[in-house]
Design a protein around this ligand. Sequence first.
Ligand SMILES: *Cc1c(COP(=O)(O)O)cnc(C)c1O
Length: 408
Amino acid sequence: MERFTGSFTQQEPIPEEGIAAAVAVLRSGRLHRYNTAPGEVAETALLEEEFAALVGADYCLAVASGGYGLGCALRAVGVASGDAVLTNAFTLAPVPGSIAAVGARPVFVEVTDDLTIDLGHLERMAGESGARVLMLSHMRGHLCDMDALMALCNRLGVTVIEDCAHTMGASWRGVPSGRHGLVGCYSMQTYKHINSGEGGFLVSDDAEVMARAVLLSGSYMLYARHRAAPPAEVFERIKLDIPNVSGRMDNLRAAILRPQLKLLEDRRVRWERLYRTLEAGLTETGGLRLVARPEAEVFVASSFQFLLPDWPEGKIRALIARCAGRGVELKWFGAPEPVAFTSRYEHWAYADPVPLPQTDRILAGLIDMRLPLTFTPEDAALIGRIIRAEVMAVQQSGEEAEVLALGD
Ligand SMILES: *Cc1c(COP(=O)(O)O)cnc(C)c1O
């Protein structure tokens, strides 16, 4: 019987160019982004300039984490304590967490079978809650119909902030993810598309929103050392009104990230190859539903999802156990208790979530898998064969009761 022996959590090393640049920063001792020698431009300022150019944004701010970036964006667009903020019910904990962190209240919107936000439910919840801001999470890299979403939000007067933690390098009808809404936010945490351990970006074309974000991030009165920030006069107007909520990027991480920006498109292509290989291996597996990928979407497949619609819990547990036994690590969004990175909306008790039957039904059968770039296409093919064989075996064996008992 075939077994997979790779690690689902092993990312690629930092490119040598990034290691050399990081060592140079360490040797200089000037790690703080505003600690520059005369005439020197900080690595952080250069990183922002390069990322702004990459996605075609007027402005970019690098910050300490993706979650910090989301909270900073909410504050910068004017979300205040007690406000309702719409967001996806299917997302990761830092998203509702960022809303709670500014004292606001997450209002969850149902997910569709395509794992994107349900636009009908979004409209209903916008009306019911009176929320003026949507924190749109492109969870696991699935983009909704961005043209329809923006038309709806423009009609409703809802400001869109995009959580692009899983869509850096992706696009919808040629527009980079993060460039539809007023602000786009990204993460450079180890499991995302470029890796500095922790880190985040905000991008926007709105000068005042971006000046507020820069001041919030802890720029003191040194904002003139940025290169992808609005002109000084925008800061002059507001600099005394914005609190310093320190969450800056530093030059060490910026040095590690800059060479990775150049690799983003190559990584996207390699990820797509892994994804398509796995997808082909699982096509027409009875009981297993693949997620449709729209033609308008260019995606970055750092993870893979499939659905086991209407499977009883015991059978799903049996499948996960069997795959684990052959070295294939599957995550399940239907587990009653949150495990590792995987929790779902009903676990976020602080947000007082109301039940969402459609999301419950879909997440009950949703399986998720990391796809690190240390895997080869041959690895992806092997993983596909293992999952396919085990799905078929569980379907035929009526194994559920036995494994349920073991689980207790
Ligand atoms: C990782 C992630 C974030 C940001 O998280 P950080 O760990 O703070 O960088 C935001 N949204 C989603 C969906 C994520 O997966």
